[in-house]
Design a protein around this ligand. Structure first.
Ligand code: NAP
Length: 495
């Protein structure tokens, strides 16, 4: 399929080299790696394929820049983030088209991601000037306690393909505000959005070396030496739990400060007193945002048996009506999956559930033609032993099961090694709090199908990871607390 003039322009506008120490350069071996449009299977760009030597140069640049960036006035750091925010805001349309071309989601969803991603720059431009320590009188009355907050140091960031910009800005925003520098490695399927961001940061006046972006085909090979390098002080990863576990092991070498935003298996609970239409709208958002390729995606729907059939019918009608197709074309609500491997995984999980007795209310099949499309699917009467209740589906498939008591709903929701987010729909506030307090997840959507918000702490428990991104909590990940025991102050008055 021939690219439109706009598509060609936005792709050709991206510098596809490595961004190291404020310079754009080819990979030292001269190699490149292809970037594919998942809606067509066509190669849209070639980006530099970094070697270990390039990764080492990026870390050297981040280390050198840290010595000065940490001492740049907070207001100046804030102003650069704010300028980047303004530039991104002004270029939302072209950044959204670029994101859709490399990742597949509809342009309207890409625009929503750009706004969400950019909100982290605005939020942390405001936090940069509010990094506070404390000063207190020692409990004995003698001496004083002083604490300082200081940047942790050079960081390594590794991000996934499903939110190509937001997963970067959630780390870069607070890191820069805190006075840290970084080496960023985006996913090989979606490097263009991060490279476009590097160009914007350069234009916003960010000094060379503060943010370095390397793209590579062999992530493990080039990142391990960095993670184990004593110059790095912080590692933040967003991606799958198996890779996260391996990176935690590598981070042990230098006892790095680590943040892990890993996989999920979000339960979506609908109680018998829920506002059913509100629950169905929430389900549509929680399931179909990003085509189901989100860590926060509702992975399984547990619905009270008295309303399960009605809920399933209404959800199937809405999901079945969604138009599937290339994200660049108006009216398409669901794009392709990222690649054929992901599509086969989704297809296999659906086949397993159907083989065990689940009913297909809509979808349930691979869509023919170019690109990696899968029909939006609703399954009812899904048996407890279906694999897709245990595994992260990462696709447009909504499996529905039932429960008969609050205790059963809570037990089913918590029956997973993951703990990122849950969704709870009920109009009974007492029931809501009982359930919310019992759920083993880092986040809850209460009568709403989306939790992402730059001003709130995003993150999981159990095998969904640790650390928080967003809100006042997010900048703490990039700050160390230094305590000064002060032999100062007046003596206490005797009793
Ligand atoms: P992934 O396979 O774990 O990859 C994530 C990133 O890690 C990519 O940049 C990848 O590079 C890199 N990587 C892979 N193996 C590596 C290794 N051995 N050493 C260093 N880096 C390595 O995950 P994904 O498929 O891209 O993303 C989907 C997963 O991310 C899902 O599980 C989803 O739930 C999770 N996620 C979590 C959150 C959250 O906030 N909790 C948000 C979004 C996504 P390559 O591209 O080169 O393989």
């Amino acid at each position: 399929m021939a690219a439109t003039a706009d598509e060609t322009r936005v792709v050709e506008g991206v510098k596809t080299q490595l961004f190291i120490g404020g310079q754009w350069r080819d990979a030292s071996g001269g190699a490149t790696l292809p970037v594919e449009d998942p809606a067509t299977g066509e190669i849209i760009a070639e980006v530099a394929d970094a070697t270990n030597e390039d990764a080492g140069a990026a870390l050297a640049a981040a280390t050198e820049a840290f010595a000065t960036w940490r001492n740049v006035a907070p207001r100046d750091r804030a102003d650069i983030l704010r300028r980047a925010y303004d530039l991104i805001h002004a270029r939302t349309d072209e950044l959204a088209l670029l994101m859709t071309l490399e990742m597949g989601k509809p342009v309207s969803e890409s625009k929503a991601e750009i706004t969400y991603a950019n909100n982290f720059f605005r939020w942390y431009s405001e936090e940069a000037v509010r990094i506070n320590g404390r000063f207190t009188v020692n409990e004995t009355g003698k001496g004083r306690v002083l604490t300082l907050k200081q940047p942790v140091g050079p960081c390594v960031f590794i991000t996934p393909w499903n939110f190509p910009l937001a997963m970067g800005t959630r780390k870069i925003g607070p890191a820069l505000a805190a006075g840290c520098t970084c080496v960023v490695k985006p996913a090989k399927q979606t490097p263009l959005s991060m490279l476009a961001l590097a160009q914007i940061l350069e234009e916003a006046g960010l000094p060379g070396g503060v943010v370095n972006v390397i793209t590579a085909s062999s992530s493990g090979k080039i990142m391990q030496p960095l993670i184990e390098d004593p110059r790095v002080r912080k590692m933040s990863f967003t991606g799958s739990t198996p890779v996260g576990k391996e990176l935690i092991r590598q981070s042990a070498e230098q006892v790095l400060k680590v943040s892990m935003e890993l996989g999920g298996n979000a339960p979506f609970l609908v109680f018998e007193d829920a506002d059913l239409d509100q629950a169905v709208d929430g389900a549509l958002l929680a399931k179909m945002r990003n085509g189901g390729e989100a860590c926060t995606s509702a992975n399984r729907f547990h619905v009270h048996e008295s309303i399960a059939q009605e809920f399933a019918g209404k959800l199937a009608a809405k999901i079945g009506a969604l138009k599937v197709g290339r994200g660049t074309e108006d009216g398409n609500a669901v794009g392709p999956l990222i690649d054929d491997t992901q599509r086969q995984k989704v297809s296999g999980l659906v086949d397993d559930a159907v083989g065990k007795g689940a009913k297909v209310l809509t979808g349930g099949k691979v869509l023919d033609g170019a690109g990696y499309f899968y029909a939006p699917t609703v399954l009812s009467e899904v048996p407890d032993d279906a694999e897709l209740l245990k595994e992260e589906i990462f696709g447009p498939v909504a499996p529905i099961t039932t429960f008969s008591s609050d205790e059963e709903a809570i037990a089913k929701a918590n029956d997973t090694e993951y703990g990122l987010v849950s969704y709870v729909f009920t109009t009974d506030v007492n029931r809501a709090f009982k359930v919310i307090e019992a759920l083993e997840t880092g986040m809850i959507g209460f009568n709403q199908g989306m939790v992402s918000n730059a001003g709130a702490p995003f993150g999981g428990v159990k095998q969904s990871g640790f650390g928080r991104e967003g809100g006042p909590e997010g900048i703490e990940e990039y700050l160390e607390t230094k305590y000064v025991a002060m032999n100062a102050g007046t003596e206490p008055t005797p009793l």
